[in-house]
Design a protein around this ligand. Structure first.
Ligand SMILES: [Zn+2]
Length: 172
């Protein structure tokens, strides 16, 4: 997608193309050029408009390893080509939702603390130790870069039941 195009959030089951975009492993950003300032600004705008806390490239039709988070107001964070390099052994459950699965919420178990390495929109590398909600949202968004949705982390019966309800709601 050209950055001049209007960005929009893709939701599951809105079209076969959108489903494919959400289910594709994203590609590495080759060069973090000046256009990434505008791209991330647009992503933050969509995030705030939708009252979300994290949004990944594949969710806006960009097949790139990039996501943004804003867990605390006035603390927007950009992650380009991120790698989760460490996770705590301790895990915990917390209710997650996703802007690409409107109306769906479920408890997901994940490590409570992580260490992530990434680059920001200015092309500067950084390492961040995160815990709590920030650690969770980073893992959720990082999954999007692999084509993984949070419902994939649930037990198969739970996932099937959620998808059945979601499908019914969308097609009625
Ligand atoms: Zn999501």
């Amino acid at each position: 997608m050209d950055s001049a195009d209007e960005m929009d959030i893709l939701t599951l089951e809105s079209s076969p193309e959108n489903d494919a975009a959400l289910r594709t492993k994203a590609e590495k950003v080759q060069k973090i050029g000046p256009e990434y300032k505008k791209i991330t600004q647009e992503m933050f705008q969509l995030l705030r408009d939708g009252k979300g806390i994290g949004l990944a490239g594949p969710q806006v039709g960009r097949n790139e390893r990039i996501f943004v988070t804003e867990v605390d107001k006035d603390q927007p964070r950009v992650f380009i080509n991120p790698t989760i390099v460490g996770t705590s052994e301790e895990t915990g459950k917390y209710e997650e939702g996703c802007m690409s699965l409107p109306g769906v919420f479920a408890d997901v178990t994940r490590p409570l603390e992580i260490r992530v390495q990434a680059w920001n929109e200015k092309g500067r590398p950084f390492t961040l130790d995160a815990e709590g909600l920030l650690a969770r949202v980073i893992q959720h968004e990082n999954d999007h870069l692999e084509g993984i949705l949070f419902i994939d982390r649930l037990s198969e019966p739970k996932r099937a039941s959620i998808l059945r309800k979601y499908h019914k709601k969308r097609h009625n």
